[in-house]
Design a protein around this ligand. Structure first.
Ligand SMILES: NC(=O)c1ccc[n+]([C@@H]2O[C@H](COP(=O)([O-])OP(=O)(O)OC[C@H]3O[C@@H](n4cnc5c(N)ncnc54)[C@H](OP(=O)(O)O)[C@@H]3O)[C@@H](O)[C@H]2O)c1
Length: 236
């Protein structure tokens, strides 16, 4: 299948590499391909410059967000959560009628937040929107002709593409969205990654719970120590 991964961060790289390994035709979207390939420093998460990563992954093509979306049947959103609605709205026409899987978290990185929550790296980012809205819903409202599915967001993307790395794969992944066929397509993709327990948690409104879980995921990560991957299993 022709799949676009919008995003050159660590999560986008994990999906692009695994999808190519599975035999898909993968294109990656970025704001400005030339600027992205000209970077020589690691990104803020310590990922090596994209040009270096791309050289190790022949067959993956880097293009603008719009051209990548245009070239694909299914699109994965890995654009930083705070900027996702703006960037996706700008290419709405290229996403019309397509399935868009969104794993972004609407984190706002502001060191001057009220009631700061100290973390090993400084201060926990704030979620905005939260409680009464979600990024998944905002994206669906901005792109009414696109079938938005919220998924992958409750896990590190390296584990999403390789669930067997934790507990032999015996943990749960979630999908939410208003279009049943789109959720079926995303569930199929998850199964091809190796997931055996995919729980449909309802309409796109369920993105609220999935995004707010980001804080819980972080505190479990603090408790276990980073670099110790874990999963959640819904026992029923
Ligand atoms: N990494 C994970 O395992 C993981 C897990 C769960 C959730 N998430 C969430 O998923 C989202 C993506 O995470 P990630 O780690 O894959 O990548 P990321 O480093 O958070 O984001 C990278 C992407 O965001 C784009 N971007 C940044 N600022 C932008 C702006 N002003 N306008 C348009 N695009 C902009 C970058 O564009 P360029 O390519 O042009 O630089 C790049 O493609 C985040 O919200 C993150 O919190 C990540």
């Amino acid at each position: 299948m022709k799949i676009a991964v919008l995003g050159t961060g660590g999560g986008g790289r994990a999906h692009a590499a695994r999808l190519a390994e599975l035999g898909h035709d993968v294109v990656v979207g970025t704001r400005d391909p030339e600027a992205t390939l000209a970077r020589t420093e690691p990104d803020m998460m310590g990922n090596p410059p994209y040009k270096q990563w791309l050289a190790d992954h022949p067959g993956i093509t880097l293009m603008t967000f719009g051209d990548a979306a245009d070239a694909a049947e299914l699109v994965i959103n890995g654009i930083d959560g705070h900027n996702a609605v703006g960037a996706l709205s700008a290419i709405a026409g290229k996403l019309e009628g397509k399935v868009l899987v969104d794993y972004a978290v609407p984190f706002v990185y502001n060191p001057d937040v009220e009631h700061p929550w100290p973390t090993p790296w400084g201060v926990m980012p704030k979620l905005d929107p939260c409680d009464t809205d979600s990024l998944g819903e905002q994206i669906q409202r901005a792109l009414p002709g696109t079938k938005v599915v919220k998924s992958f967001v409750t896990q590190e993307q390296e584990i999403v593409v390789n669930p067997k790395a934790v507990g032999g794969g015996d943990h749960t992944m979630f999908v939410a969205g208003d279009d049943a066929e789109a959720k079926k397509a995303v569930t199929g993709l998850l199964k091809s990654y190796g997931w055996t327990d995919v729980l449909d948690v309802g309409g796109i409104v369920a993105s609220r719970g999935m995004e707010m879980y980001a804080h819980m995921h972080s505190v479990i990560g603090f408790a276990l120590g980073f670099g110790n991957p874990f999963g959640v299993k819904v026992v029923r």
